[in-house]
Write a protein that binds this ligand. Structure first.
Ligand code: MTE
Ligand code: MO
Length: 382
């Protein structure tokens, strides 16, 4: 593979793999509501494609449609534009910690394979109307079919072929699911690392389905048969290992579960004052909001509720941005730090789903969806 044309990246990123480029920011970079582009995690499976002739760039839409179509960037930009605030999270977020319990296979990540951005673009539901698929809500959805997104990058897992994924047609054609073909991130033209010139954003779903560098869209009868749908990004029980795995027995993971992490402290950390602010992010998938974040300073015996907030430091506002449904919340609590403590955070979503206490209960061989209670060890400087 050719990695000679990679874009420049911020030097403070922690690089978990150089080729393909996988990197995350330090925890403290996640304490602003909107994650700056430079500090947004970058998760790739091959070299970053070079798209230099934007005039000729187009997306073809085919498969089970009455009228296949090629749509240019110019035409996509002429469709109604939406700004959706959505958190993108890699299913492998917090994998390093899961691997400490029992070794898993995959790129290691601390707690920062996640970010919250303002994505600007056309709704996939509007684009699908151009090929004769009418919009529907969850009440009228016929279900059944799938919408496949195919990229132009080259991944070794696909034997040098492009990255691809699919979502249900029901979700794709539902305008309220806010699935976007995004050409902007935080008000700027999408950067090469994040999918220039056009990527899919599937809010509330693991990052793996938000295909970057979109090249074509296929309406298909069954789920996409690509590697990342069939042989990866599936959640297995702790009993399954590499000798007895049967990939067919599990579904491709879509929505992510309730998650939170402390970002004001690294693990292990030293605090100078008795009073310290514990802060971080909490988010749940599928459009479920965060109901509560609990903090414990005594190993989980007693808990106090953290304050929560959204919509800080948004660089601009627009009328359609009245919805934080797909976005994380930040939390904070000012506490007296014991001399030696393990500080724990756990979140509860609006469906009352709670993060599990121990990683062993959710351990899986690919190390995905580590949502166990987040713990950091701190010591007070004397
Ligand atoms: N799309 C393409 N074409 N190639 C990829 O390697 N990685 C996926 C997804 N889309 C990927 C892709 C994964 S696993 C994640 S978590 C997100 O992109 C990461 O998006 P980001 O790099 O913009 O943070
Ligand atoms: Mo991912």
């Amino acid at each position: 593979s050719d990695y000679s044309q990679e874009p420049p990246r911020h030097p403070s990123l922690k690089v978990n793999s150089k080729e393909p480029f996988n990197a995350e920011p330090h925890r403290a970079a996640l304490l602003s509501y909107i994650t700056p582009i430079d500090f947004f995690y970058k998760r790739n499976h091959g070299p970053i494609p070079v798209v230099d002739d934007i005039e000729r760039y187009n997306v073809s839409i085919g498969g089970l449609v009455e009228k296949p179509l090629e749509i240019s960037m110019f035409e996509i930009r002429r469709l109604p534009k939406y700004n959706v605030v959505a958190t993108l999270q890699c299913a492998g977020n917090r994998r390093t910690e899961m691997s400490k319990a029992r070794t898993v296979k995959g790129v290691g990540w601390d707690v920062s394979a996640i970010g919250n951005a303002i994505w600007g673009g056309a709704k996939l539901a509007d684009v699908l109307e151009l090929v004769g698929i009418s919009k529907y809500s969850s009440f009228s959805a016929p279900g059944g079919k799938h919408v496949e997104f195919v990229s132009i990058d080259k991944c070794k897992e696909e034997n040098g072929g492009p990255y691809k994924a699919s979502i249900s047609l029901r979700q794709a054609a539902n305008p309220e699911a806010d699935v976007l073909l995004a050409y902007e991130m935080n008000g700027e033209i999408l950067s090469r690392d994040h999918g220039y010139p056009l990527r899919v954003i599937v809010p509330g779903v693991i990052g793996a389905r938000s295909v970057k560098w979109l090249d074509h869209i296929n309406i298909i009868e069954d789920e996409c048969q690509g590697f990342f749908m069939q042989k990866d990004y599936k959640m297995f029980p702790p009993s399954v290992n590499w000798d007895n795995i049967n990939w067919l027995t599990r579904k491709a993971q879509m929505d992510f579960p309730v998650q939170c992490a402390i970002c004001s402290l690294e693990d292990v950390d030293v605090v100078n004052q008795v009073k310290a602010t514990i802060a971080g992010y909490a988010v749940s998938g599928g459009g479920r909001g965060i109901e509560r974040v609990d903090i414990s300073l005594d190993g989980g015996k007693t808990w106090l509720e953290a304050e929560r907030y959204q919509r800080r430091n948004i660089p601009y506002q627009s009328d359609d941005m009245n919805n934080d449904k797909w976005a994380w919340v930040l939390f904070k609590a000012t506490v007296d730090i014991p001399e030696n403590a393990v500080i724990i955070a756990k979140a509860v979503d609006t469906a009352a789903n709670v993060q599990p206490e121990k990683v062993d209960a959710i351990w899986n061989l690919r190390g995905i969806l580590n949502t166990s209670w987040h713990k950091v060890q701190v010591r007070r400087a004397s």
